[in-house]
Design a protein around this ligand. Structure first.
Ligand code: F3S
Length: 398
């Protein structure tokens, strides 16, 4: 692989062993996909922040990195961990767990992480064609499929190494020729509520396997539902993007990608119903409700606020609304959130309940609008799930 003089110096250890190892790993991965050179990135997004996820090995790596004096060389954000940033003890995890989780956050902050959220695009919108190194599947799919930015679906570690050296390999989805769809999917008669749209995303992710799909029939989808759909797709697909005509910012036309299409599939509501019925770990009587996987947008906060304006009373069960940590710097959003708090909604900042050991503190059944949480919570938080639309959550919780 071609390296410029600066990159060569990093490679040869002139800036220390850590950066040398970081660039060698990025080069090696790049060479395995045929990349001929590296490319500068403007934003890295790291996953692997929960203690439950990275354990002692990850914590010890972060300790070494933070004490080495090296810092991230580009704007860097990271996924959330398992604790609310304002009130660490909201979930009564053990003191040992809490201490280790907070230590992980401290090391990331020392290295230069700006904020902890799985919706980095709500904090800094990616620009068209800019190169990123993002882990976190929903963020990758949204960056590529909505903003037309370019990032592969990185692992937490490769995004971290790229954050250190400010570069990634110029291959995969960074190249136009790798962004053409290979499978054509036609959507017929699918409801546009959060549950149906999320299940559709999970289903398309599953059947497209490693191919980029072009999805037709979603042209007029609202922004918030689009986010739900893409996050769900990223959960079951190994791909980093979907092409949605009229939505995605790609500079190609149907005539450019037509010859690459290997398969055409039509999906209607019957397939989605069967797919849902095949799922395990369903439950019916949630003890708490989760909204914000991925972290909510200001639009969704507004939607919830207008629904609650029409009903009286306070929440009788916990409703967790998960936000990126910095939202309340905006007085308009803070005001909205305060109104929701008055209704009993529990606003949690910079946290991922999905990777957190909720079963260890007594939860068994969680209601959510998120198909991503629906997929992962039984596996990671070891709880059962009830997938429900927003009006159902409001009616059951209030
Ligand atoms: Fe975010 Fe955790 Fe869901 S990182 S996307 S809340 S699984």
């Amino acid at each position: 692989m071609y390296l410029n003089r600066y990159e060569e110096k990093i490679y040869n250890g002139e800036y220390g062993e850590i950066l040398s190892k970081a660039i060698k790993i990025i080069v090696k991965i790049g060479e395995s996909v045929g990349a001929k050179r590296l490319i500068k990135i403007s934003h890295a997004h790291i996953s692997g922040v929960g203690y439950n996820n990275i354990g002692e090995a990850g914590l010890s790596l972060l300790r070494d990195l933070a004490s080495s004096g090296h810092r991230f060389s580009v704007f860097t954000t990271a996924n959330p961990g398992s604790v609310d940033l304002d009130s660490h003890r909201y979930f009564p995890y053990s003191e040992d767990f809490l201490r280790k989780q907070l230590e992980i956050l401290d090391h990331y902050k020392a290295l230069g992480v700006e904020t902890f959220t799985c919706a980095p695009y709500h904090i800094r919108e990616p620009r068209y064609r800019e190169h990123l190194s993002w882990a976190e599947s929903n963020a990758v799919i949204i960056a590529n499929s909505v903003y037309g930015a370019r990032t592969n679906k990185e692992s937490g570690l490769t995004a971290l190494f790229s954050a250190l050296i400010g570069r990634t390999y110029y291959g995969g989805l960074h190249l136009k020729r790798e962004r053409y769809p290979r499978i054509e999917i036609f959507i017929k008669n699918i409801n546009r509520d959060y549950v149906s749209i999320g299940l559709l995303g999970l289903y398309i992710g599953k059947i497209s396997e490693d191919k980029i799909p072009v999805v037709k029939g979603l042209e007029k989808i609202e922004r918030e539902k689009l986010k739900t759909f893409l996050a769900a797709f990223g959960t079951t697909s190994s791909q980093g993007m979907i092409y949605i005509p009229g939505v995605s910012r790609e500079d190609y036309k149907e005539s450019d990608y037509k010859r690459y299409i290997e398969d055409k599939i039509e999906i209607d509501s019957r397939e989605i119903k069967i797919f849902y019925e095949e799922q395990e770990n369903l439950c019916e009587d949630p003890e708490a409700f989760l909204i914000g996987c991925p972290h909510v947008s200001p639009d969704l906060i507004l939607e919830i606020k207008s629904m609650l304006d029409k009903i009286g009373g306070e929440a009788k069960k916990p409703v967790w609304l998960i936000i990126p940590p910095d939202y309340e710097k905006d007085p308009f959003i803070k005001n909205l959130l305060d109104k929701l708090r008055e209704k009993g909604i529990i606003v949690l900042k910079g946290i991922c309940p999905v990777i957190s050991p909720l079963n260890e503190i007594g939860y068994k059944c969680i209601g959510t609008i998120s198909s991503k949480a629906f997929f992962y919570m039984p596996r990671l938080a070891k709880v059962k799930i009830s997938l429900m639309d927003l009006p159902t959550i409001i009616s059951k919780a209030f």
